[in-house]
Structure formats: C-alpha cells, structure tokens
Ligand binder design. Structure first.
Ligand SMILES: [Zn+2]
Ligand SMILES: [Zn+2]
Length: 621
C-alpha cells in the first residue's frame, strides 16, 4: 500500500512500482482507501516485486477517499437479541448490530459510526439501570463505547429519567452527544451539548452536526428539561451549517427528528420532524441520518441531500458510502454517495464482546423481571376480557385514572391469553400483560365525544343474532372499555345506537359536560379509528403505561381480583356466543404456541456468570 501525507500544501506520495511499469496510483495508508489502491495491493502480491518512490501529487491527479457512515437510531435500550416479555429470541439489538459494524470495518477502514438518539430508554434493562440501579455504568453507553461510536444525537427519551441521569450518561460516553438546537438558559451550565464535531478521516474533514426534535416540552415533565430550551431546527441550521461548512469538507447531520409523516401524526407538532424542511431550505448538508419517527428509509435524496433512517431497536443498520475526491482547486468534494439499510436477521450472530459486557446487566434485569411485586388471591385470565368487565382491565383503568388524574379511563381489553397466576406475581408477568409501547394521555372531552367513542368501540362487535353465514368472533385489540362511567352495550341495536344508559356518578351523562378522560397516545393519534384528534391534552406520561402499572402495583402490592362490572353486553345469548368464541381462540392459541411465555432464557449466558453468586459489572474504561 502507498502512503499519502499532507505536509503544508505539498502532498507526498509513496508509490509502489510493479514490474517494469510505474503505477501512479495510490491510496492513503491505514485509514484511507481507494479502489485503485485495492487493485494495486492485489498486483503487488501477485508480482512480488515492488519498490518505493517518493514523489509529489500534482493537483490534477486527485486520489479518492472512500468513507462509510454507519448509523443506528432509536435503539431504545436493546442490546440482547431478546424479547423480554416473552423471553424469546428476537432479531434486533446492539449485539447483532456490532457484528455487522465489525464486518464493515474489516473491509473498509474509514468508518464513522453514529447514533440518532432515543438510546437509554425502552426495555426492562434500560429501565432497571435508569431507575433502580444507577451506580453502574449505563449498559447502553458501555456497549456503545466498546463499539467505538463517533457521535450520537440526543433523543427526546434521553430526558425521560431526569437530568441527573442524562448527565451521568453523557459523562460516561466516550463519544460526544450532540444537539445544536438545545440552548441553556443560564450562563455557567454544569453540562451542555456540543452542537457539532469535526473529525479528520484520511485527510478529509468530516463535520457531524446533531439536532433533536424541539417538541420535547410537549411530551416531557418540565423538571426533566429545566433550564434548557429547544430551538427550531431549521432556524439553528441556517446559523450553524454555514459555520460548519467553512471548517469541514463533508457535513453529516445526525438528527433525532425525522421526515414529517404523510398524513401527519394527529399530535405531530410543527417542526417536530424537520428533516424535509432542513434538506430543502438549508444548503451545505451532504448526508442526514435521522430517527425519532421509527420508520425505515433506505435512501432518499431531497435537494441533493442524501437521507437515510435505520429501523428502531437495532433491527437494521444504515450504511452510507461516500466517494470523496479532490476537485481542480484541491478541495475535497463528494464524487458519489449512496445509502442502504442492512437488516438484522437470524443469520447475523450476536457479537460475543458485546454479549460479555452486557451479561451481568442482563442477569440483573432477568432477576428484576422475576421480582415479586404483588400477590394475587386467585389465577386470572384474559379469556373473557374482550366481552365482559374483568379485574385485569379494571387494574389498567385504575392505573390510568390515578396517574392521569382522570375521571374516566378508556383502555383496550388485553389479550385473551393474558395470565396472572395465583400467589406471587412478578414484574415480567405484569409487563407481559401490556405489550403496547404506549404512553398515557389525559384529554379534556365533552360527554358527547365520550359517547361517540363508546359507540365506535361497540360497533366493533358483530351484531346479534350473528349474521347468517358468519361465525361468532371476538373483536380485536381496538375495542376499548371505559371506567368511571356506567353503560350497557346492546348488540341487537344498529351500530351508532348500541350504548345504553350511559351514566356518570349515577346520573345520565350530559353531552356538554367536560370530563378528564385517560386514553393513550395511540388512540389519540387515531389508532383503532377513534376520533380524539384535537382534544386538549391535559396530561402526558413520560413513562410507558406498562411501567406505570408496575409502579402502581409495587405501591399497592395486591392484584385486584374482582371487577366493578360498570358495563355489560346484552343480550345474554350474545355474551355466551362470545364466550364460546373466546374458548375456541384460547384452545387454538395453546395448540399453535405451546411454548410462548415459557420463562426460559433463550440464549446461553456465559457459564462463569451463571455460577457466580454476585453479579460482576464491567467498569467504563
Ligand atoms: Zn424513539
Ligand atoms: Zn424520539
């Protein structure tokens, strides 16, 4: 291989001579690489005859440097390829991503590894080491340090556990956590986010600029971002990008803000997902790696800017390949750029180094998931929860009304295979009751709107008698029940007229009465066809509903075993037909998925760790 060194304005080049002919092609040594250089190496080995010559590069014979940008985003606490709620293998997580990163690095020396944020929240592992055991180094940061991340954007969920944890994580990270649009409101901050960094890679100056969605105050508790302001991304970029451009040859944006959804999310805030506007309105950006919207974009070009988004949880890795060469004025310019996403599949093994680092954390998390937090006087099943008021659904309503300071709660009616055993109840069992990644919203709603929502839910049942030619069937997870009000669903009536005797505090519900109703962000966004769009949000949780249930039961220590029966379906024959459908569904599920929720670890933890009494944690180095 040859070597290029820039000394002042003179570029020195070490060139191999092959055979009798001179090869005036070179690549930089170690970090830089070119196709010509690869060919040269092959020739070198074939000919076994080489010499070194020192000469000056004329500017008209530019070398090409190949730079690869790899990116993850919205990892949400996933390291192990594991579904914690079912304890079964899954195709995601940083350990599998690490294998792909190492493969790319083995073939390509000029790699920049970035992350788009929402890193430290989202799994029982992340939760445990953010809330319960905060002395240990954060497991996500430990794994990312080991993998040699170059930079990350801060995500909105980085604020979920408060500023103390955020700054701990930032101190532990051996890579900068960037956010150009976060402004501190006081003069001498204990901590601040860098707006960007410039790295020299094979002689090419690569700037990495971070942005975060400015919508954080709309979803976060004020104490968790106290003294910080979030400026509109495009406004800040107009100021920062020209400054960065002067200092760098390539400008890469890593952003925890995505492309606006089409149609927009009902609760999407102006500027929340600003990458379309950024690419269209702010010149000087070469590549945008983005997250937050939890989609996947392999390659998209907007106004000459290349945009890419890997899937959440480390389900795929974004790869951007840049060919950079010198122009006639000796400036590095991108000659070609291309991106793709590499999926994480069952064929990608987990990287042993990351698994080893995460193993003590994993053991502690498994122990945490198996922690008893409450007791139940009897076994409870979700079998009938889709057609009659059940204690487990009332538990969810109680959590929503208590935490959301709400008078009424609407919630989905669980899976029919949900199980709580008699006796001790563990965190994993409670966690698995609520599999959705939902947050609690309390909205102010008029009685008429609540009635319409209940009519929509009632419309998801088959009418009675069951229409000829159809089998009785259960509605899906989009059917919600309500607590805090009483009502009857009459399936003999046409849809839109099935909710009878709707009462609040024993009196008929007044259409114009305003109530605080606890729902979730999915329903608010229109999920399941509910019309809650535009209702004023008076409360938003910063934790997922699943974690709210855990915290509630940890306090109460008892799983309620009776329902208050505030609603029921008529006629009784319809209920009996639905019960038969539920029994059949349960039998079918048991037949097809006998091992689901078996509770056994799906992978072999290192033997040494399994036999240890205490749990050993690696330290940050
Ligand atoms: Zn996210
Ligand atoms: Zn996010």
């Amino acid at each position: 291989m040859g070597q290029v060194r820039t000394i002042g304005r003179t570029t020195l080049l070490l060139v191999f001579l092959i055979g009798a002919g001179s090869f005036g092609v070179a690549s930089t040594f170690g970090r830089a690489h070119s196709d010509a250089g690869a060919r040269l190496t092959a020739n070198f080995h074939r000919e076994r005859h080489a010499a070194l010559v020192l000469e000056s590069i004329p500017p008209q014979s530019p070398p090409t440097v190949h730079i690869t940008v790899l990116g993850t985003t919205d990892l949400h606490g996933h390291i192990e390829p594991l579904d914690y709620f079912t304890n079964t293998p899954a195709q995601w997580g940083l350990a599998k991503i690490a294998t792909i990163v190492k493969r790319v690095r083995a073939e390509q020396p000029n790699v920049v590894l970035l992350d788009g944020g929402d890193t430290i929240q989202g799994t029982p592992l992340a939760y445990y080491f953010a809330r319960t055991d905060t002395d240990k180094p954060n497991p996500m940061i430990l794994a990312m340090n080991a993998l040699g991340y170059d930079a990350a954007a801060v995500g909105n969920h980085e604020f979920n556990f408060g500023l103390d944890l955020l700054w701990k994580v930032k101190r532990e990270a051996r890579f900068p956590i960037l956010a150009a649009n976060v402004k501190q409101k006081y003069a001498n901050p204990p901590q601040r986010f860098e707006p960007y960094i410039v790295k020299e890679i094979a002689g090419v100056r690569v700037a990495i600029v971070g942005f975060v969605t400015p919508a954080i105050p709309h979803s976060e508790m004020p104490a968790n971002y106290a003294d910080y302001e979030f400026e509109p991304i495009v406004d800040v970029a107009r100021r920062v990008i020209p400054e960065v451009r002067k200092r760098a040859d390539i400008v890469v944006v890593v952003s925890h803000s995505g492309l606006p959804s089409d149609p927009p999310w009902p609760d999407e805030l102006p500027g929340e997902n600003a990458m379309l506007e950024l690419a269209q309105q702010v010149p000087g950006i070469d590549v945008i790696l983005f997250g937050h919207t939890h989609g996947e974009v392999s390659e998209r070009t907007i106004n000459g800017v290349l945009l890419t988004q890997p899937r959440l949880w480390g389900r795929s890795l974004a790869r951007v390949d840049l060919d950079v060469s010198r122009d006639t004025e000796n400036h590095w310019r991108i000659a070609a750029k291309h991106s793709t996403v590499i999926p994480v599949t069952a064929e990608v093994p987990a990287d042993p180094e990351i698994i080893r680092l995460a193993a003590p954390y994993e053991l502690a998390t498994q122990k945490y998931l198996d922690t008893t937090i409450a007791t139940s006087a009897r076994e409870m099943r979700g079998t009938n929860s889709r057609f009659e008021d059940e204690p487990l659904v009332d538990l969810l309503h109680a959590v929503q009304r208590t935490v959301g300071h709400a008078e009424v709660s609407m919630a989905t009616m669980l899976f029919t295979d949900a199980r709580i055993p008699a006796g001790r109840v563990t965190i994993r069992q409670i966690d698995s009751l609520y599999i959705y990644e939902n947050y609690l919203y309390t909205v102010a709603m008029k009685g008429a709107r609540l009635r319409a929502a209940l009519e929509h839910s009632a419309s998801l049942y088959q009418s009675w008698p069951t229409p000829s030619g159809q089998q009785p069937r259960l509605p899906d997870f989009n059917v919600d029940s309500a607590s805090g009000v009483g009502y009857t669903i009459d399936l003999r009536q046409p849809t839109g007229h099935r909710v009878m005797n709707l009462r609040y505090k024993g009196k008929p519900l007044n259409d114009s009465q305003t109530l605080r109703v606890a729902i979730n962000n999915y329903r608010y966004s229109g999920g399941g066809g509910y019309d809650f769009a535009g209702l004023p949000i008076v409360y938003r949780s910063t934790e997922e509903i699943r974690d709210l249930i855990i915290e509630y039961l940890t306090r109460t220590a008892v799983v309620p075993t009776s329902a208050n029966k505030n609603w029921h379906i008529e006629p009784q024959e319809a209920v009996e037909a639905l019960e038969r459908a539920a029994m059949k569904q349960e039998a079918d599920a048991a037949f097809f998925e006998p091992k689901k929720r078996s509770g056994h670890l799906p992978f072999e933890l290192p033997v040494a760790l399994r036999v240890m009494n205490g749990v050993w944690f690696p330290s940050l180095q």
